[in-house]
Structure formats: C-alpha cells, structure tokens
Design a protein around this ligand. Structure first.
Ligand code: AMP
Length: 529
C-alpha cells in the first residue's frame, strides 16, 4: 500500500502531513518550509512554477501569477463576489460556456480546478520525495462552509493532480481531531478558523473518542485577503487624493502595494507601528511618485474591525444553532493565519469569555488533522475515534411557483439520506424533472442550484400512478448523490444528471489525459522513460 497524506489546501498557504506511526507530522516542501504558498506562475519561457518560486514572480509577472484560486473554485463568473475579486487581482478572469470561471495565464485558459491541481501535484511530489514512496491517496480539507460545487471542484482538482481523495473533510473538524487527540481534552469545543479567504466556526462535542459536530457556520468570502484589501484601498485612496493619480489600473504598482500591505498587516501583529515604503511606485510627466506611510496597529484595527465583528455575528449564529451560549464552551481553538492578529484574539476572548487554547500552530493543525483522518479511514488508528460531521446547508428541491422544499436540513449529521416519492402529473408522462438546490431561502432562485435530475423512461401510465422513490444522500464528503427506484416495478430508475456548475466527467477526463501526456512528455525530454 502507498503512503496516505492529509492536505490543507489553503487560500494563501497549503500544508501537507502524514502519520509517522501514531503521530501526525508535517512534510516540509522542497525549500524546507512547512507551508507552501498557494501560488502558480507561468513564466515567459513556458515554465510553470508553484509555491515560493511562483510567489517571487508575482512582482515582475503579475498577470501570469495566480494566487487565491480557492476563492474562485466552484464559483460562477456572474456572482457578486467574483465581480469584486476581479477588481483586486492582476490576472485575467473570464467566463466559461457554462457560466463558471476561467483564468487566463501563460497564453492559455485554465479552470480553477486545474490551477489548484498544480498546487496539489506539487505537494504530492514533495511528499513522495520526503517519504521515498509513491503517494496516491489523500484526505483533503475544505472550509466547512464550502457548498457542493466547491467540494466537487476540489475533488476534481485532486483527480487532475493524480490523487485519489479518500475523504473531503472540513477544516475546523480536522483541526479539532488534531487538537482533541493530542490534548486528550473532553467537552464542548469551538473552532474559530479565519484563514486567507474564508471564515468558519464549528461547535463540537468531544467525548470518549467521539467528535460530534453540533453546528457549523461561516462565510467563504471573509478572510485575511479582505483585511489586506482594506489596507490596500486606504493606501490607494490616500495616493489618489494626494497626487490625483489612480493606481488601480497599474498592475505592477497594485501588486507591490498588495505585497506591502500584507507584510505590514503581519508585522502589526507583533509591533504597534510599521511603515509602507514603496519608492518609484509610478512615474508621471512631473517625475516619479512614491508611497511612504507609517501605519499603526490601531489604524489597521479601525479599518478592519467590522470584519472581525462579522465573524462574531456568524459565531453567535452557530452557537444558537447548537443551542449553547458562549459561556458553556470549554475550549476555543484558533485556526488560520489571520487569527494571529491581536484584535482577533482579543475579540474572540471577549466573546467566549475565555482565552483560546495555547500551543497550537494555526497554519499546521488542519493538515495534521487531515493526516489523522486518513489513518482513521484506513482503520489503522489505535484508539477508537468516531467523527460525526454535519452538512452546512439545507438540501431541497424546487416546488411549484419557484418555492423551495427542504429535504435535509442544515447541520444534519452526515452521511444523511432521505427518500421522497415522486409521480407524474400527466397521462403517459415519460419524464419527471427534479431541480435540487442548496440553501436556506424559501425561494428557489435565492438558493444555489446544484443540478437537475431527469427521471427518464417512466413506464406509460395514467397521471399519478407511477411511484418513483428518489433517495437524496449527502455522503461523508458532504457531496450530493441521487438514486431512484420505480416502486411498482422495483427497477432502478434511470436518472440523467445535469450539474449546474463544474467540469463534466468527459471534460475532467480530457484534462487528466492531457496532464498525463504532459508528464510523460517531460519524462521523455529528461530521458526518464
Ligand atoms: P491561512 O489560509 O490559514 O494560511 O491564512 C493565511 C492568512 O493569514 C493570510 O491572509 C495572511 O496574511 C494571514 N496572516 C499570516 N500571518 C499573519 C500575522 N502574523 N498577522 C496577521 N495575519 C497573518
């Protein structure tokens, strides 16, 4: 059997771990670092770089350096979030034929799944080199608040990279596994996870090896990138007012400001004042212009306080769903790089009335938990551990007049399944259409359309006579599966699935084949065959 790995595929950084006996350990990358920038760059001479070398290109090659792709995965081009993100990134985002997103780089169009697959393939290679063996299977983590499309797209990215995903698990749940098994603590745990692009809060109970998630909530568009953007916007505005020059269209200047803002934000977690110093940021007819500005921690806090408050409103919602008040929580753990910000720590401490657990590395704990989960699934963990996670959104179907009927409520323990009986409304009707959506609104159009399922080849019969039992299942990965059975004949009913987003199986296969060919060609070139 090959080695199993756990991967935290992050918005800004990714991390990979494995089980060394009964202990999870981080696998360093080729530069010797425990985390790898989630960045892919395409150079002018056709080379593809991943991680730190790619990040180093960002300044000189901004249009072909792709970062934060996790914010794009599984999203529609026309979504409001995507329109916002297009203004902030220097690379080009366009619309695919099915309304998904395509990224233009290195003279080609890539789906976000493909870009993510380059990062996964890099981590796979690092793991193979470190462990000295093939790695074919992995547990990959996703934000708890990822919907079906985002989860499926992550799974597709892994397939393209040559990894078989044995389970998709939620990042906070992975963190709780690593924390719970190491600390041997029991009771009610809140995992507050503020990463580069997403926020998740999960409330769970740990008792006797059982990790039971009570509720989860979040925002897949609230993370460290938004803190950076507050500072970037303020620098741009001040520059515009002082010089009557708008730097928004200047991709090189924008990239420099972005890097400087993120660096300043990080520094302000450890010092109370820092400086953004960007000489020759642009040149005008009157000469060169520069940015030189002192930034205090309190200034950054004023700019971003509303973002931290948003996380607390979401945390309150998760606690209400779990029917517990903050004071009942026995332990709070902080996950994700953005939780290093003192204001975040301070507000979370105030909110829960307790200091978050110490000695946790917020960048590594999720990957460690993923490695543990891989070993649990393979049944080779000594202690008995049971993980009961939940679905973050309600699943339902469109009813007459655009209504939405919930079939599986959010925060239901997964895997979950429910069977509903469908029939025909016309005589000899051969086809029944079912539109499945995810969300909480009573109006179908306000929820996320997942797919339409056509029950085809229904036996001719008077209206209302056929009875087709349709079983909706949310599996352990949080993904939807649908099966149907004709009750009168006992036969399996054929279902034609039209997903509302994502790669079709044939598109995925084509990309996998192309990637295999690319790898074979490069081996050929290096005489490795
Ligand atoms: P993650 O996705 O968990 O790797 O989180 C990455 C986010 O954490 C990025 O937005 C980073 O800018 C942010 N981050 C990392 N270190 C710090 C720090 N010292 N202070 C504030 N934010 C940080």
């Amino acid at each position: 059997m090959t080695e199993l790995i756990g991967i935290d595929l992050g918005t800004t950084y990714s991390c990979v771990a494995y089980m060394n006996g009964d202990r999870p350990e981080i696998i360093p990358n080729f530069e010797g670092n425990n985390t790898t920038p989630s960045v892919v760059s395409f150079t002018a001479n056709g080379e593809r770089l991943v991680g730190l070398p790619a990040l180093r290109q960002a300044l000189t090659n901004p249009e072909n350096t792709i970062y934060s792709v996790k914010r794009l995965i599984g999203k529609k081009f026309n979504s409001p979030e995507m329109q916002k993100i297009r203004q902030h990134v220097p690379y080009k985002i366009s619309e695919a034929a099915n309304g998904d997103i395509l990224i233009e780089a290195g003279g080609r169009l890539y789906s976000p799944q493909e870009i993510s697959s380059f990062i996964l393939a890099y981590l796979k290679t690092c793991a193979e080199s470190f462990l000295g063996t093939d790695v074919e299977e992995a547990v990959i983590t996703v934000p708890a608040y990822f919907n079906d499309h985002q989860r499926q797209a992550t799974k597709d990215a892994a397939a393209i990279s040559g990894l078989d995903v044995i389970r998709i698990i939620n990042e906070p749940t992975a963190a709780s596994l690593a924390y719970g098994l190491e600390s041997r603590k029991e009771g009610l745990l809140a995992v507050y996870d503020l990463g580069g692009g997403t926020f998740d809060i999960t409330i769970l109970e740990m008792n006797d090896g059982v990790f039971h998630v009570l509720s989860t909530s979040g925002d897949t568009f609230l993370g460290g990138d938004d803190f950076d953007n507050c500072l970037i916007s303020s620098l741009l505005q001040e520059f515009r007012e002082a010089n009557q020059v708008d730097l928004v269209q200047d991709k090189f200047a924008l990239q420099r400001i972005k890097e400087a803002a993120e660096k300043a934000k990080r520094e302000l977690s450890f010092t109370t004042e820092t400086e953004v110093n960007l000489p020759f940021i642009c040149s005008t007819e009157d000469g060169s212009l520069h940015i030189k500005k002192k930034i205090s921690r309190s200034y950054l806090e004023r700019l971003t306080e509303n973002l931290v408050d948003r996380t607390l409103t979401i945390s309150q919602a998760a606690l209400s769903e779990a029917k517990v008040n903050p004071a009942r929580v026995d332990e709070v753990i902080l996950v994700g790089g953005q939780t290093r910000m003192p204001l975040v720590k301070q507000k979370v401490t105030q909110f829960f009335g307790r200091t978050p657990a110490a000695r946790i590395n917020p960048d590594e704990i999720v990957a460690l938990g993923a490695a543990i989960q891989a070993k649990i699934i393979r049944g080779s963990i000594n202690n008995l551990v049971l993980l009961l996670d939940v679905t973050p959104f309600s699943l339902g179907i469109e009813t007459e007049n655009g209504g939405f009927e919930k079939i599986i409520e959010r925060n239901t323990t997964i895997p979950a399944r429910k069977t509903m009986a469908f029939t025909t409304v016309e005589n000899n009707q051969r086809r029944v259409k079912i539109h499945v959506l995810q969300g909480e609104s009573p109006r179908a159009e306000e929820n996320k359309s997942l797919a339409t399922f056509d029950l085809v080849g229904v036996d001719p019969a008077p209206a209302g006579v056929p009875q087709i039992d349709v079983t909706f299942e949310i599996d352990g990965d949080g993904l939807l599966k649908v099966a149907a059975r004709d009750v009168n004949t006992g036969r399996e009913q054929k279902v034609v699935v039209k997903p509302a987003a994502g790669l079709l199986p044939e598109e995925l296969q084509e990309i996998i084949n192309r990637r295999k060919k690319e790898v074979a060609d490069s081996h050929d070139k290096q005489g490795l065959l």
